[in-house]
Design a protein around this ligand. Structure first.
Ligand SMILES: C[S@@+](CC[C@H](N)C(=O)[O-])C[C@H]1O[C@@H](n2cnc3c(N)ncnc32)[C@H](O)[C@@H]1O
Length: 256
């Protein structure tokens, strides 16, 4: 069992300074091995305490909250090779296709499993593909770590076609997504969705132009999903200054 150890940022009013200062920054640890003592920056948590849930104390008498890791905690630990889309992008795929526990999803390239493994937590089955042996190995390893049993990983060049038919959704994150349209067309059911994720707008443009020329698809949404987080603390209240670009999503539907 993987556990999460977490504590809150602690602030204290310092009389001499006449202001509140941060005396401890919030910290989070992922404890992958609960069969031995765990070392934090604030002392050791005894292995017997790692079996518990709730508030525990380290050897330095510092308090942490301890609980079982959830899917999302483990997902954040997946080993990465290529760049993976951010959760704001992957969750938009769920939102705009409405896939669910009855859905069959095909995905390529598998990469590290960023898209496929997240979707697998919500749908019936995901079959993900990559031409690269190392990517196939990595996604299998990540799927095992997440405890997912509804993921198949195939070593395959999907520009040449998928094996499956009548699926609900095809997700692609490929260097030349326009080369995958024929394969997606053959695999999707009528009414099924094709979603392409690309870091470059030129890739999205070429992909959408190719879709627009294809009789069987309509492209109904092209979007860069922008997330603006805010820093809120006492009277501090402003958008976070980090702007994070990830990529562009193009949503298509097979109409015949
Ligand atoms: C940017 S990565 C995908 C990242 C992945 N979406 C994730 O969330 O981890 C692109 C992957 O596409 C794979 N790829 C490239 N051409 C392919 C093809 N024709 N068929 C299958 N996979 C391909 C590459 O080997 C690479 O692993």
């Amino acid at each position: 069992m993987v556990k999460i150890l977490i504590n809150k940022t602690k602030k204290q009013f310092i009389e001499d300074l006449k202001r509140e200062v941060t005396v401890r920054k919030g910290e989070m640890y992922v404890v992958k091995n609960t069969s031995e003592d765990f070392h934090t920056n604030h002392g050791i948590v005894k292995k017997a305490d790692l079996k518990k849930s709730g508030i525990i104390q380290t050897s330095q008498k510092k308090e942490f909250s301890l609980f079982d890791a959830d899917f999302i905690d483990l997902y954040k630990q997946i080993e990465r090779s290529a760049q993976i889309p951010l959760l704001k992008d992957i969750t938009a795929i769920l939102a705009f296709t409405g896939v669910n526990k009855k859905s069959i999803v095909l995905d390529a390239g598998a990469g590290s499993g960023g898209i496929s493994l997240f979707l697998a937590n919500y749908v019936k089955e995901v079959i993900t593909h990559d031409v690269d042996k190392e990517a196939v190995k990595l996604v299998k390893k990540n799927a095992k770590m997440l405890g997912l049993t509804n993921v198949k990983v195939k070593e395959k060049d999907i520009y040449k076609g998928f094996d499956e038919k009548n699926v609900d959704l095809v997700t692609i994150d490929l260097p030349s997504p326009w080369n995958a349209i024929g394969s997606a067309n053959a695999a999707l059911k009528v009414g099924g969705f094709l979603v392409s994720y690309s870091p470059q707008i030129t890739q999205s443009l070429d992909f959408t132009n190719a879709i627009n020329k294809h009789d069987n698809f309509i492209a109904f949404k092209s979007a860069e999903i922008i997330e603006r987080t805010w820093d809120l603390d006492n009277r501090k209240c402003r958008p976070n200054s980090r702007v994070q670009h990830s990529g562009f999503l193009t949503f298509c539907r097979k109409i015949k």
